[in-house]
Design a binder for this molecule. Structure first.
Ligand code: NAP
Length: 441
């Protein structure tokens, strides 16, 4: 009797779950369904293009995808090609691993002006995500502002401040690399609404700023307290203390030697985007931190800039037929359980936090739920599973992309890359399908 499990989404959370399922039992068949023709979710579309080492985890996921109990169906969209209800009818269990792809909105006057972007869109654009090809942000600016003090803000600031040589070793698509290389940007501001000890940067990422060859990171030394407050939990305090040390080290570099500056600014919250049609500046309000929260003081100042990116977090999107928690931006669940045979992992389960491996415990919880729901194997084996899915896709004329297809796309990406870039990505779904369906001579 084979237990059929469909996983929707092929990012880290989806693959960790597939891997855990394979290890849990021999009589499980796992089908991974992905909206894009390409697998790996945030590894490909979120992790920064200059963090190639982080992306290497994809090799582990590839091994999972290549086991014969796993099949990959790319270019198949739940809600368009088939409904969630249809999928649940075909599989014993369905796990949602679709992430939190939408931006938390910057809700201030002027936020709809040209030149203001959310980080999901901006990061998607520079990572070659097919959804964001048309963003074409104008980088012909002297100054850029990034709102937020998380790792995404840091990724964006670092890529804008990197040297051309540094960017040549990345898998930035050609259009994004050219736009960044040609950008005259000299000043990049990262604004945190709270203080340096409250920043959510991880220390390895913050220290990378000290290694950039063309830009210097700067911070007002009077804001760098000797150590983080004692009322923080131990782990957070250790991280904050390390970050404070790193920011103190910024001052050891000589600003005269660098063309570009990354300004780490604190205690300031955005209140208005300035300009007519296009952003020309941002009005910030000074804050103070009261009971851990940023509170406006009424004092404002303006920063001229031609680009604003709000890196203030993400949210999951509602899914038809399932409840949605507006406040948290997730699908409500109990330790990943939505109901019998329906689970959630990763950012749609717990919100957009943590690093790649943080989804691993979510996968372990799915195994607990499956064991509880199907441990006695009652009713298992009556669903059509993979056979049903393949028939339905065929009947509907859906051009599903197999894992072998993906490998052929990946081979082409490697083959057409210019050294030292690791790959030249396909960024358009039609181009990917054309490449796969082109007759071979
Ligand atoms: P994040 O770590 O939650 O940071 C969001 C930042 O936005 C915080 O500084 C937050 O300030 C600020 N913010 C939120 N709302 C705001 C508002 N209305 N006005 C001004 N500031 C606002 O989120 P993220 O940077 O999007 O990262 C998401 C997750 O991915 C994180 O866990 C991150 O570590 C992870 N990630 C990891 C890496 C890596 O390991 N290299 C790279 C990228 C992302 P408050 O703190 O005051 O709320």
């Amino acid at each position: 009797m084979t237990l059929s499990v469909a996983i929707i989404g092929s990012g880290p959370a989806g693959f960790y779950t597939a891997d855990a399922l394979l290890k849990y039992r021999d009589d499980i068949e796992v089908d991974i369904i992905e909206r894009l023709p390409t697998p790996y979710g945030l590894i490909r579309g979120g992790v920064a293009p200059d963090h190639q080492t982080t992306k290497k985890v994809a090799k582990k996921f590839e091994r999972t995808a290549l086991t014969d109990r796993v099949a990959f169906y790319g270019n198949v969209e739940i809600g368009k090609d088939l409904t969630l209800a249809e999928l649940r009818d075909m599989y014993d269990a369905v796990t949602l691993a679709v992430g939190a792809p939408a931006d938390r909105k910057l809700s201030i006057p002027g936020a709809d002006k040209k030149g203001v972007h959310g980080s999901a869109a901006f990061v998607g654009w520079y990572n070659g995500h097919p959804d964001f090809q048309e963003l074409e942000p104008d980088l012909n600016v002297d100054a850029a502002v990034v709102i937020g003090n998380g790792n995404v803000a840091l990724d964006i600031g670092r890529l804008l401040a990197r040297s051309d040589i540094g960017r040549s070793k990345t898998d930035l698509p050609e259009y994004a690399r050219a736009a960044m290389d040609e950008s005259p940007v000299k000043d990049v501001y990262l604004f945190g609404r709270r203080g340096p000890a409250d920043a959510k940067f991880t220390n390895v990422e913050l220290r990378e700023m000290l290694g950039l060859t063309e830009s210097i990171s700067m911070v007002d030394p009077s804001l760098l307290v000797d150590s983080a407050p004692d009322d923080m939990d131990d782990r957070a305090k250790r991280l904050a203390d390390k970050n404070l040390d790193t920011m103190r080290a910024f001052a050891q570099r000589d600003p005269a030697k660098f063309e570009k500056r990354v300004h780490f600014e604190f205690y300031a919250s955005p209140v208005e985007i300035l300009g007519d049609d296009h952003v020309t500046g941002i009005r910030m309000e000074r804050t103070q931190v009261v009971d851990g929260r940023a509170v406006g003081t009424g004092e404002t100042f303006d920063v001229p800039c031609g680009l604003v990116v709000a890196a203030i977090g993400y949210r999951a999107e509602p899914i038809e037929g399932l409840p949605y928690d507006e406040k948290l931006g997730i699908i409500p669940n109990d330790r990943g359980r939505i109901d019998r045979g329906m689970y959630a992992v990763g950012w749609i389960k717990r919100g957009p936090s943590g690093v790649i491996s943080s989804s691993r415990p979510d996968a372990a919880q799915v195994i607990d739920h499956i064991s509880e729901d199907f441990g006695d194997l009652k009713g298992v084996g009556s669903k059509s599973g993979r056979t049903g899915l393949e028939k339905l896709l065929k009947d509907r004329g859906v051009r599903a992309v197999s894992f072998a297809d993906w490998q052929s796309l990946e081979d082409a990406e490697h083959a057409r890359a210019t050294h030292p870039a690791p790959r030249q990505k396909f960024t358009d779904v039609d181009d990917m399908i054309d490449h796969l369906d082109r007759p071979t001579s």
